[in-house]
Design a protein around this ligand. Structure first.
Ligand code: FO1
Length: 322
């Protein structure tokens, strides 16, 4: 069984490629829920939904979030009623949030609600939230009139990430527990993949859930991380605005430094090949390949390289113990 730690769209594209070269029944995807929010009374889990929609073949590839063929009637009507419209929920997407909110209201855990949604959407893999407890990514920024403490979506979507970031924290994480099955899957894993997701607001919240980092570190297999930074910039998203506040350089080697001591290998882009020696000096085996996922074939090739690195490199497809 492979275990993949996943954020939103970057992870979703990577996982779609992975499913071209790996059995979906042999994969557990652990999703970030730090970005989750309540909007119009609905429980919204953007990263879980990005992965679910993409793997079910339902995502809007161009926009990068939400469902294909979306319409926005409910949003327009809500705005007409004086409700906030800054976080855009499409009509079809709202159906997902309605069902999730009903299931949670009836007493289901987020893992149970996610499993049910995935079953009904036709998601071919097991997707679990990092925790059933609420963990909220908060971004402390320098606002125009002084410091502000914002929810992640308030900062990223609501204020378009314009405020310089001072710090990021995961509110409630100390009281969170890994969702059922995560620690057990890691203890028996044949490989752990850290998807090309934002290391600060996608992967760090997962690793911050008490017990998950230790379970990754103790997993009886190799751990391979894939860079979300290419040529000194994020492929998409806001990692460039967050990494400095997290004490890391906006570069492949900066991200590799965050995974030193946890991962065995680090997949970086060919344009960053010059950083391979520094990655190796951090104790991570560098794997230099093209990482941009323009097509599903690109993603499958990247996933194949990551799988080979899990096995100890192309020369050792049987795998090596750690
Ligand atoms: N991103 C935006 O830039 N603007 C939006 O209005 C917006 C709405 C939205 C609704 C549902 C959903 O699942 C995702 C949504 N996103 C939106 C994407 C989201 O803000 C982030 O890109 C992720 O949370 C980061 O992984």
């Amino acid at each position: 069984m492979l275990v993949a730690l996943a954020g939103g769209v970057g992870a979703a594209k990577f996982l779609r490629g992975l499913l071209r070269v790996h059995d979906p029944g042999d994969l557990l995807v652990v999703g970030n829920t730090g970005d989750d929010l309540r909007m119009h009374g609905l429980a919204v889990s953007p990263d879980l939904d990005s992965v679910a929609y993409t793997l079910a073949g339902l995502a809007d590839e161009e926009r990068g979030w939400g469902l294909a063929g979306e319409s926005w009637n409910v949003r327009e009507a809500l705005v007409r009623l004086g409700e906030p419209g800054w976080f855009a929920l499409g009509d079809r997407d709202i159906a997902t949030h309605l069902l999730r909110t009903r299931l949670l209201g009836e007493g289901a855990s987020l893992s149970e609600a996610t499993a049910e949604l995935c079953r009904r959407l036709g998601v071919p893999v097991r997707l679990v939230p990092m925790s059933d407890q609420r963990v909220e990514t908060r971004v402390e920024v320098d606002g125009p009139d002084g410091p502000l403490d914002l929810g992640f979506q308030e900062w990223w979507v609501g204020r378009q990430a314009r405020d310089p970031v001072r710090a990021v924290r995961f509110q409630g994480v100390e009281d969170a527990r890994p969702a059922p099955g995560i620690v057990e899957a890691l203890a028996a894993a044949g490989g752990v993949l850290i998807c090309p997701s934002n290391p600060v607001v996608s992967i760090a919240p997962i690793l911050a859930v008490p017990g998950i980092r230790a379970a990754v570190a103790a997993a009886p297999c190799r751990v391979v991380a894939v860079t979300p930074i290419v040529g000194g910039a994020p492929v998409r998203g806001m990692a460039d605005k967050l990494l400095p506040a997290w004490g890391a350089e906006v570069s492949a080697r900066g991200v590799a430094g965050l995974y030193a001591g946890l991962a065995d290998a680090f997949v970086l882009d060919a344009v960053d090949a010059g950083q391979a020696a520094e990655v190796a000096a951090l104790g991570l085996e560098p794997v230099v390949v093209p990482t941009l996922m323009r097509t599903v074939e690109d993603a499958a090739a990247l996933a194949k390289a990551a799988l080979e690195a899990l096995g100890g490199g192309p020369g050792n497809p049987e795998g090596v113990p750690r």
